[in-house]
Design a protein around this ligand. Structure first.
Ligand SMILES: NC(=O)c1ccc[n+]([C@@H]2O[C@H](COP(=O)([O-])OP(=O)(O)OC[C@H]3O[C@@H](n4cnc5c(N)ncnc54)[C@H](O)[C@@H]3O)[C@@H](O)[C@H]2O)c1
Length: 394
């Protein structure tokens, strides 16, 4: 993609675990603005392995990343409990940072990072970036262009067997592993993207169930554990717009995931697909008509358009938020999945925890706005990469 003489943004990835496969592949090949030069992992071997696999030039220690004057942007893919220290070190070193969710595991730490970034004039971007994908952006477009009328209410639900998942993804056994923080965050991010900021919450909750190891082939796992925090919540959100939304996240469920988002407008109801994907279907339901699945108004529907297939294609277009942040650096503007977005998502989830503990409603002071991407650009054309990156550049 040509955009005059815009210089690509030299980027490093810190944390080379499971999710790094899709990030490294996409950052290397999907977005022209990113120049991914460096990988870093606490145990160097994991970084070396990914560097060889994806053709990345350099492997560095975290101190070397911080000290490298060429690296402008750091993508933090460590587990949630390491987020704070990695982000802080990189901000102090003058780097912009995009971090996987959660922002941090402690609201006061996130606030401190927001202040530090503000003081240093640096951008922080926070996942989930699925809300920049075709599904949620199309839903937002339906609202903005008036097809739904004013959204008055909605409900979101997701159920998972979080205990069983925590056997495979061990970081789920620690802080940040309960369903609201690990999965609910995609729903909160999507709601904020579609409906704007939340004013107040109230809710009920229950802890995770005590878990004894079930996948017997993994000898390295502990014998038993309990995921910290509330792993089942029902909550009510009042948005600043007046929209009321019921939230149900149950990580104490059995079997595979079940997910649903439904919004009710003054002119139509709208079903929105799984926000943990990039291409969830958007269906409009109006009286006296059949429900209609809307065509996507935006690109990045999660389908791999690169020539090589990969076992990690399932993770879709992760990295859009990084590319949008990189374009924001070059264009001298604020990024969409801003530090305020990350903070507001975290405040809502921690606000629900507080409401459960105190039995009282919690009001928020922080606000954020996720500006929609421009529509009409798509990820593929004639079997080749299309012009969707243009929508991230504007
Ligand atoms: N696994 C998924 O399906 C998935 C999906 C979406 C988002 N995420 C998010 O991505 C992040 C990483 O998840 P994952 O599944 O890849 O975890 P993982 O445990 O597989 O990988 C994390 C990596 O970070 C490294 N690391 C930890 N602390 C470090 C430090 N201080 N410096 C350098 N390296 C460090 C670890 O050695 C490990 O290799 C989490 O925040 C998670 O919420 C994961």
């Amino acid at each position: 993609m040509s955009d005059g003489n815009i210089r690509r943004v030299k980027t490093a990835v810190v944390g080379c675990g499971m999710i790094s496969h899709i990030y490294i592949r996409n950052l290397k090949q999907l977005f022209s603005i990113i120049d991914l030069t460096t990988l870093c992992n606490r145990t160097e071997a994991a970084a070396r392995e990914k560097a060889a696999m994806y053709g990345i030039e350099r492997v560095m220690t975290i101190d070397e990343v911080a000290a490298d004057p060429e690296i402008e942007l750091v993508v933090n893919l460590t587990g949630p409990t390491a987020h704070y220290s990695v982000i802080r070190q990189m901000l102090e070193a003058g780097k912009h940072v995009f971090t996987e969710k959660m922002f941090t595991t402690d609201l006061s730490q996130s606030r401190e990072l927001v202040e530090l970034a503000e003081k240093k004039g640096l951008l922080i971007g926070v996942a989930p970036d699925t809300c920049l994908g075709a599904g949620i952006q199309t839903a937002r477009k339906m609202i903005d262009c008036g097809l739904t009328g004013q959204i008055t209410s909605g409900f979101v639900t997701v159920t998972r067997n979080q205990n069983l998942n925590s056997e495979a993804f061990k970081f789920l056994q620690k802080d940040g592993g309960a369903i609201p923080y690990d999965v609910g965050i995609y729903y909160i991010g999507a709601l904020i993207t579609m409906l704007g900021p939340v004013k107040s919450v109230c809710g009920f909750g229950a802890p995770a169930l005590y878990h004894e190891k079930q996948l017997l082939f993994d000898d390295a796992n502990a014998d038993n554990w309990t995921i910290p925090g509330y792993n089942l919540i029902t909550a009510a959100l009042e948005f600043e717009s007046g929209t009321l939304v019921s939230v149900h996240f149950n990580g104490n469920a059995v079997g595979g995931e079940r997910s649903r988002i439904e919004l009710n407008g003054t002119e139509a109801a709208m079903e929105v697909g799984n926000p943990d994907t990039f291409g969830g279907k958007v269906t409009l339901i109006r009286p006296e008509s059949e429900p209609v699945t809307m065509p996507f108004t935006h690109g990045y529907n999660g389908i791999n358009m690169l020539p090589e297939k990969s076992p990690f294609d399932f993770y879709g277009n992760r990295g859009i938020g990084v590319a949008e942040l990189a374009w924001s650096i070059r264009k001298g503007r604020k990024n969409r999945l801003s530090k305020e977005y990350g903070l507001h998502c975290q405040e809502i989830l921690q606000g629900i925890d507080e409401a459960v503990q105190t039995g009282k409603r919690v009001d928020f002071v922080s606000r954020c706005e996720v500006k929609p991407l421009r529509s009409g650009f798509y990820s593929s054309m004639n079997g080749m990469r299309g012009d969707a990156e243009r929508s991230l550049a504007e």
